[in-house]
Design a protein around this ligand. Structure first.
Ligand SMILES: [Zn+2]
Length: 209
């Protein structure tokens, strides 16, 4: 009988621990690239990257909040966010995920199009790969824009952030075709919905492991 009770207590403990993980608020930090004096890329029509990243960050914030995620924004207006703050920011807000939004520019090659995802080569390598895979699967062929692949980059110091990080380049501002999608409300909604879908898939993976 004692053994059965111990086994029962153990099972209940495991149940509550699993439940605690499932019920924990899932926190996502969103960083809109650039801001303030740092405008980022500039499209032929004068659109600045810092404006686009903020608009996309706010759309993603809205969609994710509606899906019961807790969102922490690195910036909510046209201010500069110091990149060296990122690791502390993730710790301070007990983040589960860090999403960084940028757009691409290749002035010498106006035909270059597509989405890209950068992940760190150190730190949460395996989890970063999973997150990148979900981003690629969801974003590929969104509004006619293809996914160019998951890349790694050591220079971005992403590995200093203690949680999985995806840095997304959401199309080329030097491409008229990409801009025709990126700049529209429908394009923004569709792309942000796909990012959210990838986050939902990552959360399910996180909770199952
Ligand atoms: Zn950028």
């Amino acid at each position: 009988m004692k053994k059965i009770l111990i086994a029962f207590a153990f099972l209940m403990g495991a149940f509550f621990m699993a439940n605690a993980k499932t019920n924990k608020e899932f926190v996502i930090v969103i960083q809109a690239g650039h801001g303030g004096a740092e405008a980022g890329a500039k499209a032929a029509d004068g659109t600045l990257e810092k404006e686009l990243t903020l608009a996309y960050a706010k759309e993603l914030q809205k969609l994710a909040s509606e899906n019961n995620f807790r969102i922490v924004m690195c910036r909510e207006d046209d201010t500069f966010f110091d990149l060296s703050q990122r690791p502390d920011f993730a710790k301070q807000y007990k983040a589960d995920l860090f999403i960084i939004l940028h757009f691409n520019m290749d002035a010498a090659n106006a035909g270059k199009r597509g989405f890209e995802c950068f992940v760190a080569t150190q730190g949460n390598v395996m989890e970063n790969k999973v997150l990148g895979k979900f981003m690629g699967a969801e974003l590929h062929n969104t509004a006619g824009i293809k996914f160019n692949g998951v890349n790694t980059h050591n220079m971005l110091n992403l590995s200093l952030i203690s949680v999985p990080v995806a840095l997304l380049n959401l199309g080329y501002m030097s491409s008229e075709s990409d801009m025709a999608v990126i700049k529209t409300e429908e394009g923004k909604k569709e792309i942000c919905q796909k990012i959210l879908n990838a986050i939902i898939r990552y959360k399910a993976h996180f909770e199952a492991n």
